[in-house]
Design a protein around this ligand. Structure first.
Ligand code: 2IP
Ligand code: CA
Length: 384
């Protein structure tokens, strides 16, 4: 099933190309923003935006994966709906057509007849992307029951702001284009477990000479006892005075919108090793990269599409993503050994719109079970 992982990486690379092309032309980018409709609003932002880039990227991922794995396209779900309204109030279903020309024609309707912009986007959507063979071996996946969550552009707010000169604190960016990610996660439709994940960072580093952005991608596969990842887990440890190996002081990354009680408890325990960063995907990536031990979020404003891809990668590296509030509840009920992970196949009962797929209990993305335990112990007395 290595082909599926390769197809996901290729789709994410194409997505990253489109995201970069859209940012390179300010005039084009200005045309692309449109406010989200009520039902699909992420309540976090006063004005949350979706962009044509977002919608197009999602459609490209669907189209490309569907072409290589017929049957799977019906099980690819994402944050965006593909309906876009142009300046004339016309509703247009954005999709990738059979030919570049047809896609260009369709996009020109969204773009009010701006053929140059439509042609540039259609070119990026149809351009083949070369990805060298991934060293994934053969992993068995339940082919007939796979679902896919896609977040075409996570951290849309940072993508729109486009800050390019943000400075990292111990390699963690609090804001800026570095916090933008493309997230693709494959899960088991029956069990809800994450199986394959790709996190693509289209704006990983700005080349000072060319002023062009270079991207990076990371992947992981976790199925039964088969775990393969593009990165090796980094086991940062310190040596104690007696020569014993001790875990280095915990470090965490949080959303700036995190609850005060959680911030306070973690600030005290982590002695300054608390980072704040934008983007649910980017914060998860910081855990994958070993820049922090955990990403903690106690609110309900992340969604399945924010987590499925990074979760699969973390699992493949010995970590995971747990439901924070459920874990704390079970701990209080005397069952600390039960630490439920996020699952991806069941909607939130009684919820409507995007909230059906919200991670209601918050989350902890962690590098190892010991890090999860440490976070839960620290937060066990915080009222959430
Ligand atoms: C958002 C995005 C935000 C995040 C929010 C996600 O997704 O990742 O940055 O908030 O939870 O749903 P925060 O940065 O405070 O963690 P999108 O950008 O795709 O709407
Ligand atoms: Ca998102």
């Amino acid at each position: 099933m290595s082909e599926l992982a390769c197809a996901l990486v290729r789709a994410s690379e194409k997505a990253a190309n489109i995201a970069r092309s859209c940012r390179q032309e300010d005039a084009l980018f200005g045309l692309l923003v449109e406010e989200k409709k009520e039902g699909e609003k992420n309540k976090k932002f006063v004005a949350d935006f979706k962009t044509l880039a977002d919608v197009l990227v999602q459609e490209v991922i669907k189209h490309d994966i569907g072409k290589e794995f017929p049957g799977l396209e019906g099980c690819i779900f994402g944050e965006e709906s593909n309906e876009f309204t142009n300046g004339l109030g016309e509703k247009i279903q954005v999709k990738v057509c059979d030919t570049e020309q047809d896609t260009c024609l369709l996009l020109s309707k969204v773009l009010g007849g701006n053929m140059a912009a439509a042609a540039a986007l259609a070119r990026a959507a149809h351009r083949d992307v070369a990805v060298s063979n991934l060293d994934v071996g053969t992993v068995h996946l339940p082919q007939d029951r796979l679902g896919v969550w896609v977040d075409p552009i996570d951290s849309t707010f940072q993508y729109i702001r486009g800050i390019s000169d943000s400075i990292a604190d111990r390699n963690v960016y609090s804001q800026g284009l570095q916090c933008v990610t493309v997230l693709i996660g494959v899960y088991d439709l029956q069990t809800g477990e994450p199986l394959v994940g790709v996190v693509n960072q289209p704006f990983a580093a700005l080349d000072p000479k060319t002023q062009k952005w270079n991207g990076k991608y990371y992947w992981g596969i976790s199925s039964g006892s088969n775990n393969i990842a593009s990165l090796q887990p980094s086991g940062e440890r310190t040596t104690g005075a007696d020569g014993s190996q001790q875990e280095a002081l915990m470090s965490v990354v949080l959303s700036t919108g995190e609850a005060e009680g959680v911030k306070k408890a973690l600030l005290q325990a982590c002695e300054g090793r608390v980072h704040y960063a934008a983007g649910a995907g980017y914060k998860s990536l910081c855990v994958v990269l070993g820049l922090v031990d955990a990403y903690v979020f106690s609110e309900d404003t992340t969604f399945r599409w924010d987590c499925c891809g990074p979760h699969a990668i973390l699992r493949s590296m010995g970590g995971g993503m747990a439901d924070l509030k459920e874990c704390l509840r079970l701990r209080r009920d005397g069952k600390p050994e039960l630490r439920p992970e996020l699952v991806y196949n069941a909607p939130v009962e009684g919820a409507a719109g995007a909230d059906r797929w919200a991670n209601k209990g918050g989350l902890v993305a962690y590098r190892s079970p010991a890090h999860l335990d440490a976070v839960l112990a620290l937060l066990s007395t915080v009222a959430l």
